[in-house]
Design a protein around this ligand. Structure first.
Ligand code: TRP
Length: 328
C-alpha cells in the first residue's frame, strides 16, 4: 500500500477552510493508503511563543483530528516531539543539505524578510532539514502538499538522492502530490482571499470551535454583492459563490444545482449557516469530550507515537548504519 505522510503545524485555531479544504480528505484517505499524520510541534518552534502555548495548540489539534474521524487504528496520528528520531535524523539532514540550497528556499526568504529586525532563529533557516527528516523517516512515497511546500519536498528528494549516492540505498525517494481537492473556502468578509487564521477581521473566519450562534451570525453577515441574483460565478460573484461552495461541501450537491433553488441572498446565507452548524455539531461534541478526557487523548496519541516510533527507529538505524556510525 502506498505510504503517505501529511503533517500540520499546531499554530492557532483550526477553521472551516482547513477542514473542508484538507482535513476532511484525510479522513476519506485513511482507508485508501497507509497514512501517517504528524502534528509537527517542533516546526512550530521556529517562531517563538510563550511557554506552554505549543503544547496546548497540539492537544487541541489532536482532538480535532480524532473528532473529525481519523481512526487511530487505521491512520497513524502522532506528535512530532514524541518521536525523538525526527530531531536525530534532522541533524543528519542538516549535514547533507547545503547552505546554498537552504538559502534558495523562497519560504525562508519571505519569512525572514517579514521578520527583519526581529529574532530570526537558525531553525527558520534549517527547517527544510527537519521536514526532510519527517518525510524520509517514514519511507513516504507520497507527500500531499500545497504549492507553498513543494520546494521543501523537492529539496527532500535532492537530499535523499545525495545521501543514497554517498552512503548507499537508504531512503525512499518521496514525491510531492496534489492533495485531494477539497472545497476552496474563502473569507466570508473578503471572498477573494482564502479563509485564513491570519485574516484581518474575525467576522470572515469560521473557527471549528465557534458556537452555533456565532457561526450563524457570521454567515448572515457574509459579504455578497449589490446585485440580487443567485448564480454560481466565482469571478463575478465571489461572495455568493463561496456560500454556494460551502453549502455544496456540506450537502454534496453541486453549487450550480444549489444556485437554482435561491432567488435571494438571505435564505442562502441562513441555509449555509445552518448546514455548517449541523456539520460541525457532532464534531464539536466529540472534540469537547476528548478535551475533557485528556487521559483518552494521551492514550490515542501514544498509540500513534508507538507506531510511528517503530518505523522511525528502523529508518534512523538504517541511516546510521549506512553512514557507518559506531554501533553502541
Ligand atoms: N512545512 C509544512 C507546513 O508548514 C508542515 C510540515 C512539516 C510538513 N513537516 C512536513 C508537511 C512533512 C508535509 C510533510 O505546512
Amino acid at each position: 500500500m502506498t505510504r503517505v505522510l501529511s503533517c500540520i503545524q499546531p499554530t492557532g485555531d483550526v477553521h472551516l477552510g482547513n477542514y473542508l479544504g484538507a482535513l476532511r480528505n484525510w479522513v476519506a484517505g485513511q482507508h485508501e493508503k497507509d497514512v501517517f499524520h504528524g502534528i509537527v510541534d517542533l516546526h512550530a518552534l521556529t517562531i517563538t511563543d510563550a511557554p506552554g502555548v505549543v503544547g496546548e495548540t497540539t492537544v487541541d489539534l489532536a482532538a480535532w483530528l480524532f473528532a473529525i474521524g481519523l481512526d487511530p487504528q487505521v491512520a497513524t496520528v502522532f506528535v512530532q516531539s514524541h518521536v525523538a528520531e525526527h530531531s536525530q535524523l534532522a541533524w543528519i539532514m542538516e549535514c547533507t543539505v547545503s547552505y546554498g540550497e537552504l538559502s534558495r528556499m523562497t519560504q525562508f526568504k519571505d519569512k525572514s524578510a517579514k521578520r527583519e529586525g526581529d529574532f530570526i532563529s537558525a531553525g527558520l533557516f534549517t527547517y527544510p532539514a527537519l521536514m526532510a527528516a519527517d518525510i524520509l523517516l517514514y519511507d513516504a512515497q507520497e507527500v500531499p502538499v500545497g504549492d507553498d511546500q513543494r520546494q521543501h519536498v523537492e529539496i527532500t528528494r535532492d537530499v535523499a538522492i545525495r545521501f543514497n549516492s554517498r552512503f548507499g540505498d537508504t531512503f525512499v525517494i518521496p514525491k510531492a502530490v496534489m492533495p485531494a481537492a477539497g472545497a476552496r473556502v474563502m473569507d466570508l468578509q473578503d471572498p477573494t482571499s482564502k479563509m485564513s487564521k491570519s485574516a484581518e477581521s474575525d467576522a470572515g473566519l469560521v473557527r471549528m470551535s465557534d458556537d452555533p450562534k456565532v457561526v450563524a451570525k457570521k454567515f448572515k453577515r457574509a459579504v455578497t454583492d449589490s446585485e440580487s441574483e443567485v448564480r454560481y460565478d466565482r469571478a463575478a460573484k465571489p461572495g455568493v459563490s463561496n456560500l454556494l461552495d460551502i453549502l455544496s461541501a456540506c450537502t454534496g450537491e453541486s453549487p450550480e444545482t444549489l444556485a437554482t433553488r435561491y432567488t435571494q441572498y438571505g435564505p442562502l446565507k441562513t441555509d449555509t449557516g445552518d448546514a455548517v452548524v449541523a456539520l460541525l455539531e457532532p464534531i464539536q461534541r466529540r472534540h469537547r469530550e476528548l478535551l475533557d478526557d485528556r487521559g483518552e487523548l494521551t492514550r490515542l496519541l501514544r498509540v500513534g507515537a508507538e507506531r510511528a516510533g517503530t518505523v522511525a527507529a528502523a529508518t534512523l538505524q538504517r541511516a546510521y548504519d549506512a553512514i557507518g556510525l559506531l554501533p553502541r
